[in-house]
Write a protein of this length. Sequence first.
Length: 149
Amino acid sequence: MSKLLKLFSTHAGSLDGITKEQFQSIPLLQHSPFNERLFDVMDKDSNGVMGLLEFAQLMSTLSERSSKDQKLRLTFEVYDHDRDGRLSLEDIALTLNKITGGVLSEDEAQQVAGKVLEESGNAGEALAFEDFCKVMMGTEFEKKMSFFR
């Protein structure tokens, strides 16, 4: 817990909270294409400041000790840009653009997103959390979502 407090207070400057800019300066997270989304998802009251509890919850989920379900839920929330509880074609395309650094054109991202939905059996629809879990089962995302011991 003392490492967590030190990390938080070093970047926040106080225990009152950490801003998005301060959060994005954390070395472990600053190169993630999702650092802005991680902040937005964890800033539950949308006040532009992540409190210590919210920060601790995020760091816990990003630790290798958290469950696969916790990691899946956080990943789903990060990918759900419009926060409607489903991953639409647009959500998946935005996620692909983040992952690829904008290399894909909008049309290409939409086509790939359409293929993802089609291959998951949800062509023309959106992925619910359960469908997302099935899609992610064949990947090594859990290792990629573990930053801390």
